[in-house]
Write a protein of this length. Structure first.
Ligand SMILES: *Cc1c(COP(=O)(O)O)cnc(C)c1O
Length: 423
């Protein structure tokens, strides 16, 4: 569900819930990310309600949007959290969500991150390799603790998505080959500092179909049955995240359809299902507000130079991603095809190409589907402060991250000491 246009429209301009986007832009300036609490909660509940009949645990993938307010809103609903770094663990704790609800994924966990996660008492480590398992066991032994582990299986399933976000093929860096899993569970089960609790996979992101999930699920169930024969009983099965959203004309299944299909396949099994959705919870719950600075023609092309850039939203440059761009106050007139570009010194700095729009300098635009993999991937390239983030809650809004100030960007830098005076 797109958050804009669902609330009252103040004087004809677009709104999120009950707050006009023009008001937010006037108060805080642009570029600015605006999220809808209601839209986030609605998506989370779609998963939760579709799984009501089976034991389940929905762990929001923090990397999709790690703002503390989003972690907090989901934590209040009872969500768990899938993290991929020690930094994300600190965010979850800063948002006062319990560490026991955290699962720790990622191929490159460092010693200090593992030790901190053990100390905090995370619910599960999703282990991705033999050396990682051995290292976790050693760290747990040294700390006098038992580490809860799940092994991330690489099910060798083609998720049929963009190659950069396909993660479940044997050629990808993720997970443990299915053929090695049995031996590794035996090793984990025998280690006094490890507690085997589950099995997991994550096959990619922006998936448009249910079938690859079911194929992965079937592989995991076969492995689980084999392990049960070895005397290793698993408490949970984690199918990861990855459900897609509609950016343009995609029609991925809604969370309830995916969850329902999985629940059906699991009927009669005593197992807790875990999912790690990120994009499908927050992706369409946010927009990036930006203002048109200049209109210009170069040769045959028309450019709208806006105040947001690839450093704010890198998805178009990185994945050739398409984001809908909608004027907050549409104008009458004949649409012209505009290249929507930012001020950054790269020709790859575009938000959209050949978009038919009626524009004037100063117009406010909403870049849609900017709730996931947007702010979190932003950078300070060209010494551009990162944008403010706002969460709308009914007819109020809250600044959940202040716009950065330029002085903060080089606060940790220094110039060299003075050169010695030569005689
Ligand atoms: C990125 C990631 C997710 C979330 O993926 P989405 O496409 O945002 O749902 C879940 N689990 C793991 C292990 C991930 O790396």
């Amino acid at each position: 569900m797109d958050p804009t246009g669902t609330g009252p429209r103040a004087c004809g301009g677009a709104a999120i819930e009950g707050v006009a986007l023009e008001r937010i832009a006037a108060d805080l300036g642009t570029p600015c990310f605006v999220y809808s609490r209601a839209a986030i909660e609605r998506k989370w509940r779609e998963y939760d309600e579709a799984l009501a009949d089976i034991p389940h645990w929905i762990c929001y993938a923090v990397k999709a949007n790690s703002n503390l307010a989003i972690i907090d809103v989901l934590g209040r609903l009872g969500a768990g959290f899938d993290i991929v770094s020690g930094g994300e663990l600190e965010r979850v704790r800063a948002a006062r969500a319990p560490a026991a609800r955290v699962v720790f994924s990622g191929v490159g966990k460092r010693d200090d991150e593992m030790a901190a996660a053990l100390e905090a008492g995370v619910g599960c480590f999703n282990v991705e390799s033999v050396p990682e398992l051995d290292r976790l066991a050693a760290i747990a032994a040294a700390a006098g603790k038992r580490a809860p582990v799940s092994l991330r299986v690489n099910p060798d399933i083609d998720a049929r998505t963009h190659p950069y976000i396909t993660t479940g093929l044997s050629e990808n860096k993720f997970g443990i080959p299915a053929a090695d899993v049995r031996g590794l569970y035996a090793r984990a089960a025998a280690h006094p500092s490890l507690e085997v609790c589950g099995i997991d996979c994550h096959i990619g992101s922006q998936l448009a179909e249910i079938e690859p999930y079911l194929a992965a699920l079937d592989r995991l169930l076969v492995l689980m049955d084999t392990l049960a024969g070895d005397g290793i009983r698993l408490a949970h099965l984690n199918l990861g995240g990855g459900l897609g959203i509609r950016y343009r004309n995609e029609s991925p299944p809604p969370p309830a359809a995916l969850a329902g299909a999985i629940a059906e396949r699991l009927a009669g099994r005593e197992i807790m299902l875990m999912l790690e959705p990120g994009r499908s919870i927050v992706g369409n719950a946010g927009v990036l507000l930006t203002r048109v600075e200049y209109l210009k023609h170069n040769g045959s092309k028309r450019f709208a130079v806006v105040d947001a850039a690839m450093n704010d939203l890198i998805r178009p440059a990185l994945y050739d991603a398409w984001h809908d761009i909608v004027p907050v106050r549409p104008r009458d007139g004949v649409p012209e095809p505009y290249e929507i570009v930012g001020p950054v010194c790269e020709s790859g700095d575009f938000l959209a190409r050949a978009r038919p729009l009626v524009l004037e300098p100063g117009d406010l635009l909403a870049v849609h589907s900017a709730g996931a993999y947007a702010f979190v991937m932003s950078s300070n390239y060209n010494t551009r402060p990162r944008a403010a983030e706002v969460m709308v809650d009914g007819d109020r809004y809250h600044v959940v991250r202040k716009r950065e100030r330029v002085c903060e960007l080089f606060a940790g830098e220094s110039v060299l000491p003075a050169d010695p005076v030569s005689g």
